[in-house]
Design a protein around this ligand. Sequence first.
Ligand SMILES: [Zn+2]
Length: 185
Amino acid sequence: MKQIIKIRFSVLCLIFVFICAFVSGQTKLKQLDKTVCFGMHQAQSRKIDVIIVHSVFNASEGDKYDVDLVIKQFSHYHVSSHYLLGRDGTIYQLVKEKNISYHAGHSQLPDGRTGLNSCSIGIELITSTEDAPTDAQLNSLVALVKDIKNRYKIKYVLRHSDIAPDRKTDPWNLNWLDFQKRLGN
Ligand SMILES: [Zn+2]
């Protein structure tokens, strides 16, 4: 009798684990589409193995953290990013991953490669030099990077300042060690 109860309990546990795995596999990241047609070009096929994290704010008139004003600023400079993370943690997709976004500029990877736009996915956090990213942004950043890493063989997750140290200081006020710990590195 004891044996049967034990087996039944094990079977129930197994079913529970399968259901959990199924549900987590089904959970898609909530993203809002704000696809742009500037600061990017379409690519037939490209190999993605780099993720670059940036930060940005609206330096013109109006709310410095306004998503649409930040996108307007991108259009002015003919740049973009694949993803833009609002202060509330919302993930906006500006460029499809298969296409090339102009976010890295003149830069170089630790392995010597240049021309990084073609092999990377760019993620911009809306923040400023005075403020840190919000908890909601950090949660979305971790979830997004984990999601991308599940879909591509990623060699590097780097800051813009890592690949262009002479020109760039972003992402500002992001605790990089803490972020990497949360990624499981
Ligand atoms: Zn940047």
